[in-house]
Write a protein that binds this ligand. Structure first.
Ligand code: PEP
Ligand code: MN
Length: 343
């Protein structure tokens, strides 16, 4: 059963004592978060951007924790950050997408943080490298950290998209497969990059059984010094949260289970049929490969490939399937055929 979602919210960056306290007060009243977040040291792509207020912001966060009784969390990127937040009574931190890509930094942070009892949130690296993400988590596990949460914050898109980062849901799904006991939450703010898309991404994360959300919220987003377009006001965050449909991971209902089992067994049959059909298809492409070899004809016939791709995608679309999905599938099949014909 999915219990209450874990909610971490607060501004991208701590900017002033008033901004931190006002945002935290509103959030406490409206959504009562599990953690209040704010970046103190901001890893920025360009050196002339706002790089965070630094240590003085920790005192503002401490006021939130002491006076409003909301636990606080921030990003750490080196051992000295860990020591600073420990002095200010933090019980949790996150490793950002840029830092997590550097195993030396992750190791340094893990060693510095050992023994304090911190809860550790590990964001995914910006490049879609699941091993790097797992590796960072393992560095903490190896040092005995027991409370680790992965944060799916999207991946660098490399091409123009409406989103700031691509969710690449298959990556957190694979992480859940590899580490079934790990808690995984989503950061829809950094995936969206724009408040208009946050709700749909948050809902998708819930549909995928993620157990919490990290959301950016600022008392006055238009004045924010970083990530202005993706920060919700606390009121907007509250109404977004109210609109989310919480899903159960499993339910105790015999009829439902039987219905699910029946449908799953149909899927099982179809999946094996798909594999049998693929086998037949590869047998034919290998035969084609043989006759190309005999006649000394090139393996890649680009016109034929264009026709295959176009006709299959079009047919898929007529059948109500995603054109892109079918094109990707056939590209993989074609790649394998070319490989086999070249052997
Ligand atoms: C952030 O949470 O403000 C942040 C910088 O996140 P990320 O490391 O995911 O970009
Ligand atoms: Mn941010």
């Amino acid at each position: 059963m999915a219990e209450r979602l874990m909610l971490i919210c607060g501004p991208c960056s701590a900017e002033s004592e008033e901004q931190v306290l006002e945002t935290a007060r509103e959030l406490k009243n409206l959504v009562d978060p599990d953690y209040f977040r704010a970046g103190i040291w901001k890893p920025r792509t360009r050196p002339d951007s706002f790089e965070g207020v630094g240590e003085k912001g920790l005192a503002w966060m401490k006021r939130v924790q002491d006076e409003l009784k909301v636990p606080v969390i921030t990003e750490v990127a080196n051992a000295s950050h860990v020591e600073r937040i420990a002095e200010y009574g933090f019980k949790a931190f996150w490793i950002g997408a840029r830092t997590v890509a550097n195993p030396f930094s992750v190791q340094e942070i893990a060693e510095a943080a050992k023994g304090y009892g911190f809860k550790v949130f590990v964001k995914n690296p910006t490049n879609p490298d699941i091993d790097l993400w797992c590796g960072a988590i393992e560095r903490f596990q190896k040092l005995g950290f027991e409370d680790i949460v992965a944060v799916s914050r999207g991946f660098y898109p490399f091409a123009e998209t409406k989103l700031r980062n691509l969710p690449c849901w298959e990556i957190p799904i694979e992480l859940a497969r590899r580490m079934p006991d790990l808690k995984i939450i989503c950061d829809p703010s950094h995936i969206a990059g724009d408040t208009r898309y946050i709700a749909e991404i948050a809902q998708q994360a819930i549909n995928l059984n993620m157990v919490g959300l990290m959301m950016e919220s600022h008392c006055c987003p238009s004045n924010a010094l970083s990530d202005r377009n993706q920060q919700l006001t606390p009121k907007e965050l509250k109404s977004l949260m109210d609109g989310l449909k919480i899903k159960h991971s499993v339910i105790d209902d015999r009829n439902f289970e039987m219905e699910l089992e029946t449908l799953r067994s149909k899927i099982d049959v179809l999946d094996y049929q798909l594999i049998d059909i693929l086998k037949q298809r590869f047998a034919i492409t290998n035969e084609i490969g043989e006759i190309k070899k005999l006649r000394n004809v090139a393996v890649l016939q680009i016109d034929r490939w264009k026709k295959v791709l176009e006709s299959r995608s079009e047919y898929a679309e007529e059948q109500g399937l995603s054109r892109e999905m079918v094109a990707t599938l056939f590209s993989e099949i074609h790649k394998e055929s070319i490989k086999e014909q070249s052997e």
